[in-house]
Design a protein around this ligand. Structure first.
Ligand code: MG
Length: 281
């Protein structure tokens, strides 16, 4: 099921996207409690029945603006070097344990929002990623139980200022400029979505730059959640971004980085296309 956070110009709301109609979940609690609910199979079944029976108020998809599923995550934890093909393009050996870094929660941008190209940065890059949104609090989660803690999955473009990332010796500034974490357009939950086997693609101005499948993961969703929750408590609304496949701009020969005016489309099978334009600061 594709859940969406959206606005008609008033207060943000949650709904279910079905055939270009959005079925409003106004009667359910908003925010973190909803994330816990949609991670629950029984609740999803009840919502599915309401959608099928047409008992919820609806809006046309075209009459609303979709929003990032989580406007201000408690934390955004990202895996680096987590696709075999991305490690190969950098001539890096696959890491023995997940390589993690964080992005500022203030970097979140909505589908359709501008990605601001900072004036002081010359190397702005794209990275399409599958992101898991946490639905329940947990620590020391086993790999087997990991998916019970996921509310759903979305697309995150891990926009990166490469000059800052490489100059600083660590990633925080380069990954955290405002608008460098567009997320959406939907949050997919439930059976029928296999997070460890979906196609992932990114296009710039219509040209394919990254095309892979999450079956290239070095550490899958269960590995990441188990590893991360072993040292920090995961909370509803936290975002775990699973790394990007090969084809990023900086490792192309010659490099192909983002410039103001570029149109970026990050797509994951079953979730949809996350579109953002790059705009000069
Ligand atoms: Mg990344």
């Amino acid at each position: 099921m594709q859940f969406v956070r959206y606005t008609t110009g008033e207060t943000p709301a949650w709904g279910v996207l079905d055939d270009n109609r959005i079925h409003a979940l106004d009667a359910r609690p908003n925010g973190a409690p909803l994330l816990a609910e949609i991670g629950d199979e029984a609740v999803r079944s009840a919502i599915q029945r309401d959608v099928e029976n047409g008992v919820l108020p609806t809006n046309d998809r075209s009459s609303v603006s979709l929003l990032a599923p989580v406007p201000s995550p408690g934390k955004i934890i990202c895996a680096g070097l987590n696709y075999h093909d991305h490690a190969e393009e950098q001539n890096e050996e696959p890491p023995e344990k997940p390589m993690l870094f964080t992005k500022s929660p203030s970097a979140v941008a909505n589908p359709g929002d501008a990605v601001i190209h900072p004036e002081d940065i010359s190397q702005v890059d794209y990275e399409v990623e599958l992101a898991a949104v946490v639905g329940r609090t947990g620590s020391n989660i086993s790999k087997e139980n990991a998916e019970d803690y996921v509310a759903g999955y979305t697309v995150l473009n891990d926009v990166s200022a490469r000059d800052a990332q490489f100059d600083d010796g660590q990633f925080f500034r380069g990954k955290s400029y405002d608008t460098f974490a567009p997320m959406g357009p939907t949050l997919v939950a439930g059976d029928g979505f296999n997070a460890n086997s979906v196609n992932v693609e990114l296009r710039v101005n219509g040209k394919v730059k990254q095309a892979s499948n999450t079956d290239e993961f070095i550490f899958d969703i269960g590995d990441l959640i188990s590893y991360i929750s072993g040292f920090t408590t995961l909370c509803p609304g936290d975002v775990i971004s699973t790394g990007t496949p090969g084809g990023v701009g900086i490792f192309r020969d010659p490099p192909e980085l983002l410039e103001p005016g570029d149109n970026v489309e990050a797509e994951i099978e079953g979730i949809g296309v996350l579109k953002n334009n790059v705009v000069a600061e």
